[in-house]
Design a protein around this ligand. Structure first.
Ligand code: 3UK
Length: 516
């Protein structure tokens, strides 16, 4: 059991403690233009907290929208809000005015701290946002927040919050439907830091974290801010981290721990291997010692490619916004191709049938999770769907391998394809296609069919040098039949130059279903 005192401010545990322990001179956060020690990062967060309280009248419990690409300033704003007893509400940089307004309204947001480069959409949203009273910009020519902060003291007495007080609202990126707000307390944040990182990731204080997920996505918030700080390590916050730019940044910063999505690992591995084959130079990834994949299922072929490119065994983990971070995962020793892993110490996992009864190993059912973090939606009827009888139902279909007890992902529950009486998981067909040397990326969905109810349809992005056409389509269909049970092969196969993805790297299957 995790024990936390009834009064707890997670910013004290994650940030202030290092300065109090005399480690203030250690490197903490780096970005394109700054390189802050723990003492400097803490002072910046403290000054912003003073601005929030003294200049904008923030009172504990108020919700503060954070808007910006990943930068040290955005991270300092996160801690400032939490120190001041506010609730940090992240927002994806790409959101438009309409989406921002929905979040501001849903979370009754009173304040916003916004990167000046993303000011426009927020300004457009403001007309329809009566609750939003105070907006401060950072990172722009005007240096609005920076100028206010320099005038403030570097010391700030954190608001004495209860461990159960909410300090974070994260809106689900979601691949469908209206975004849901999830609420997390100071205790939840500390619990997430106490489970997966020490048991699976096992970071060191000299690690340099890097990666792509936005801080508005809890995968990024944990992996690129909370977890490194929880062990006194340092983090690199990149405004733009794509498969094209991330490898050079890894080399430049000497990063040791990387967080990104499966498709990004695949793209980076393909580029490294292609450069090697052509005898060209590619950025060196040799400083990396741990690489974490999450957000969607990790295909065995991608794991193998990354191993080939870097000699590193990817750490896969399934997490969700509702549960804050990763709850099933495997470290380098337990990782095996095609499986996600085992419940993270602290969490329990089960596979349930439609009636909520536990299924034996080998049977596909609904993944159910219990643990120290759990789903608390902000005023949403879907709470009763996600949490049933004390179990968090993530919406994923899984099975437990009868031999090694590993949890094996099948599909999102809604995405299981029922074709001609067979149950087919799209991601399994994708994993098979990805083993073929002509396939760069692919997505598999079920589409309506008169005879079979549904048929399996694959969208394939060919690798450069492979000509899309009927011959390749036939070859890929035959390849799938040779690789997995033949009835699973995609009866329809089309080629595309790219696939629709969310800002968090997830394939948008609902969009694929409507594409020719
Ligand atoms: C899917 C995975 C198979 C799965 C997240 C790590 O992705 C995160 O949160 P979201 O709320 O989505 C949750 C859903 O995404 N998924 C995530 N990881 C995996 N499926 N294998 C995986 N390794 O459908 C899950 O229900 O956007 C991931 C940490 C924090 C997060 N918020």
């Amino acid at each position: 059991e995790l024990q936390f005192p009834p009064r707890l401010n997670c910013a004290a545990r994650l940030l202030d403690r290092w300065v109090e322990e005399g480690k203030g001179q250690r490197l903490c956060v780096q970005g394109a233009t700054v390189r802050w020690t723990y003492a400097e990062f803490q002072a910046t967060a403290n000054r912003i907290a003073h601005v929030l309280v003294r200049q904008t009248g923030l009172v504990p419990g108020q919700r503060v929208l954070l808007r910006g690409a990943n930068t040290p300033w955005l991270a300092a704003c996160w801690f400032a809000v939490v120190k001041a007893g506010g609730i940090a509400v992240g927002s994806m940089p790409m959101l438009r005015a309409r989406e921002l307004a929905a979040i501001v309204d849903k979370a009754q947001i009173s304040h916003a701290l916004c990167d000046a480069r993303l000011a426009e959409e927020l300004a457009l949203a403001r007309a329809g946002c009566p609750t939003l009273q105070q907006v401060l910009h950072f990172g722009g020519e005007a240096q609005e927040l920076e100028a206010a902060a320099v005038c403030m003291p570097a010391q700030f007495e954190n608001i004495d919050t209860a461990a159960e007080d909410i300090c974070l609202m994260a809106f689900t990126s979601g691949t469908t439907g209206v975004p849901k707000g999830t609420m997390h307390s100071h205790r939840d944040v500390m619990a997430a830091c106490a489970c997966w990182p020490p048991h699976v990731l096992r970071p060191r204080s000299d690690d340099v974290f890097i990666g792509s997920p936005p801080l508005a996505f809890t995968f990024g918030l944990g992996g690129l801010l909370l977890f490194p700080l929880s062990v006194g390590a340092s983090t690199v916050l990149l405004e733009k981290a794509t498969p094209d730019t991330l490898p050079a940044a890894v080399q430049g910063y000497g990063a040791t721990v990387c967080f990104t999505a499966p498709t990004a690992y695949r793209a980076m591995a393909m580029a490294q291997i292609a450069a090697r084959e052509r005898g060209e130079a590619a950025p060196s990834l040799t400083t990396l010692r741990k690489c974490v994949s999450a957000g969607e299922a990790l295909p065995a072929a991608t794991r193998a490619l990354w191993q080939q490119a870097t000699n590193l065994t990817l750490i896969d983990g399934i997490g969700s916004t509702e549960l804050l971070h990763i709850f099933i995962s495997a470290d380098e020793a337990t990782a095996r191709p095609g499986a996600t892993g085992l419940p993270v110490p602290g969490y329990r996992a089960a596979i349930l049938d439609e009636q909520g009864r536990e299924l034996p190993p080998g049977q596909v059912g609904r993944l159910a999770i219990q643990g120290p973090t759990g789903c608390k939606y902000l005023d949403d009827p879907r709470q009763a769907t996600y949490v049933q009888n004390g179990w968090n139902l993530t919406g994923d279909a899984y099975l437990v391998d009868p031999v090694d007890g590993q949890f094996v992902y099948q599909a999102r529950t809604d995405d299981m394809i029922v074709s001609g009486g067979y149950n087919i998981a799209g991601p399994e067909v994708e994993a098979a296609l990805l083993l073929h040397p002509a396939v760069a990326e692919c997505g598999v969905v079920g589409v309506a069919d008169e005879a079979r109810g549904m048929v399996v349809k694959a969208f394939v992005v060919p690798k450069p040098g492979h000509e899309p056409g009927p011959a390749l389509a036939q070859a890929l269909q035959d390849f799938v039949k040779q690789t997995i049970a033949p009835y699973k092969y995609p009866r329809v196969l089309v080629f595309r130059s790219e696939l629709p993805r969310t800002e968090t790297g997830k394939l948008q299957r609902f969009k694929l279903k409507h594409l020719d």
